[in-house]
Ligand binder design. Structure first.
Ligand SMILES: [Zn+2]
Length: 110
């Protein structure tokens, strides 16, 4: 899958509602999850999808969920590779937006 959008923008990395949050339950199949992460690592060739940093080992990179829609049965396009720093930043940004949209809903009496 071609990653679209400017790499200076985290926009496309933010999971969209209604599946923006990791489901509360643990991954139903850890072995499947491990293979899924390996597939994403291979597709992204060990490079961070945001800053393009290369890491030789699967363990030092993190697979970020772009969607949780198929949680438990993820396809390779459901995730992308991020380095630890970028993943932390994207997670932070996701939380901030969730907080803001909650405030927005309260203001609108939703
Ligand atoms: Zn990075």
């Amino acid at each position: 899958m071609a990653i679209s959008g400017s790499i200076s923008e985290a926009e496309w990395l933010i999971p969209q509602p209604p599946h923006e949050m990791r489901p509360a339950a643990d991954h139903p199949d850890p072995e499947y999850e491990r293979r899924w992460k390996d597939r994403v690592w291979l597709r992204d060739e060990g490079k961070c999808s945001w800053c393009r940093k290369f890491e030789e080992y699967v363990e030092t990179m993190e697979v970020h969920h772009l969607t949780y829609e198929r949680f438990g049965n993820e396809q390779s396009e459901d995730g992308c590779l991020l380095c630890g720093e970028c993943h932390a930043e994207v997670t932070q940004e996701t939380r901030t937006r969730r907080r803001l949209s909650r405030k927005e809903n309260i203001r609108n009496g939703d």
